[in-house]
Design a protein around this ligand. Structure first.
Ligand code: RP5
Length: 172
């Protein structure tokens, strides 16, 4: 596992395994939680703003070249008529995890449905709206990478154990 460098929206690291893509810089306040989770697990990743429609050609280019660049998982966050995850998934066979952003108009319900309701043939794995979805997308990315990386699998077990201990030791 290559150690992740600190990344900010728009920054890239050498040889990332995971890409955290978001439709707008306004999504970063949510998606920084995905960035942090990946950093905590030491996953080399990049965080970038690429919109599905501003312009669509950039999303197409990113999706088409992702596999050749060595990426193994793509996390895609978008709000509103959230088609970013589906557009990226249409351009790659890598697993794409969609994170619906909490939108102003419909509180994220629009993003949830738009991200999740893909017709058969081009899959998008969708997580919960907002921060929990960002964290869980990162954990799912770690779980996917862990299939072929025993040291990462151990880190996931340690993470679950720590979570469990916290609950067991909670005193009100
Ligand atoms: C989507 O529209 C973005 O993913 C964001 O969630 C939403 C609003 O974008 P901005 O108007 O803040 O750029 O494309």
């Amino acid at each position: 596992i290559k150690m992740a460098k600190k990344s900010d929206a728009g920054n890239t690291v050498a040889n990332p395994l995971v890409a955290v893509i978001m439709g707008s810089k306004s999504d970063w306040d949510t998606m920084r939680h995905a960035d942090k989770t990946l950093s905590d697990f030491g996953i080399a990743h990049e965080c970038r703003v690429i919109s599905a429609h501003r312009p669509p050609s950039l999303a197409g280019e990113f999706g088409s070249t992702a596999e050749a660049r060595g990426l193994e998982v793509i996390i895609a966050a978008a709000g509103g008529a959230a088609h970013l995850a589906g557009v990226l998934a249409a351009h790659t066979t890598l697993p794409v995890l969609g994170v619906p952003m909490r939108s102003e108009a419909l509180n994220g319900l629009d993003s949830l449905l738009a991200t999740g309701q893909m017709p058969a043939g081009i899959p998008v794995g969708r997580t919960a709206i907002g921060k929990p979805g960002g964290v869980n997308a990162a954990l799912l990315a770690v779980a996917i990478l862990a299939n072929s990386r025993p040291e990462l699998r151990k880190k996931l077990h340690d993470f679950r154990d720590a979570q469990e201990r916290k609950i067991r030791e909670t005193v009100l």
